[in-house]
Design a protein around this ligand. Sequence first.
Ligand code: SAM
Length: 374
Amino acid sequence: MEPVRFSPPLSQQRYEFVISFVNNYKPKKVADLGCSECSLLHRLKFWNCIEFLIGVDIDEETLRRKMHTLTPLPTHYLEPMERPLNVILYKGSVCEKDPALLGFDLISCVELIEHLEVDDLDKLEDVLFGFMAPKAAVITTPNADFNILLPKTQKFRHPDHKFEWSREEFHSWALKVVKRYNYTVEFSGVGKPPPEYEDVGFCSQIAVFIKNYTESEELINIKKQYKSIYKTVLHVVYPSLQEEKYLRNAVLNVALLHANRMKNSLLCYHKNKEENKQDITTGVTDHSKETYTYSKWCFGLETETQSKENEVAQPFIQGNTIHIPLEALFTISKVKKLCGTLDVLKNFIAGEVTLSADGKTIMYPVYLDDVLEV
Ligand code: SAM
């Protein structure tokens, strides 16, 4: 028989399964138990809904091997995320209770349980469903029924596996768990068998558990008293716009970039107007048309938005000073989104630039003669 091959690889299909669950349920707090080299965590950190991402593994060396893939890059500081994101790795056993794992929306155990001795599996059951009690849990494990399609070189698929369950064994374990801990379960899998062997099921079997109740505050507080035993191996906090220093930076970057563009557009507009002076034969200046032309020049405004946008103060030149009204900057959607209100924009920008006496415009000195001669 041709060896079974999976495309994409089976491990990736398992990660995709968890990711699609995250996509549907939008959990904020997610933990991966037996996270090994953090491959799933690395993929999950790109998901916008997640604010706490935790990995636990008993093997510290394995955790450390690729943990750098979880740390922020310079681009994260240049363009901070909107949400806060804490990533923590713990060295610890899933058979032990640690309050760090309380209050989670999703806990995944991808190809973990088959590495546990029977006694430890009983402990995991109590720790995961009784103590941690996440809103949802995804557990994947090899499906022994599928093994007839794999080359038989050893007892199990991996030398460290303590067991491999048939679908019936996995289902009966999961059904016992949901009854005891008040969850519901649905079964699924990844790694389709070839069409002529469909009755063996998926190569990796998966159970998705959903909690049927909400824990009382009293119980959660009792659990929080447990002594912490996990060792923190990594804790990184991603820069986010929720932190004022990053928000202030982001506002300044965007607002000053646009203020500068407006200033340059206004100068170009004036230069252009001066150059075309000879063509004006009637001697009558239509100021409303001028403003429109300038708006269009500056912002690329469409005709239908012209009157609305014209209600907003426009950049102007007074003497040797260019004024960029904060109101005009606030029409830039990114500035508006970051600041929320004009007052916030003013607060962030004050002290970084020269504002007019009434605090309504940014003032840039300009030597118009020089500019017009360019
Ligand atoms: N989940 C990972 C993935 O899919 O990429 C790989 C899982 S690997 C097959 C099993 C992992 O479970 C190993 O990294 C091992 O160190 C970890 N492990 C075994 N027993 C454990 C325990 N009692 N507590 C925490 N982790 C454990």
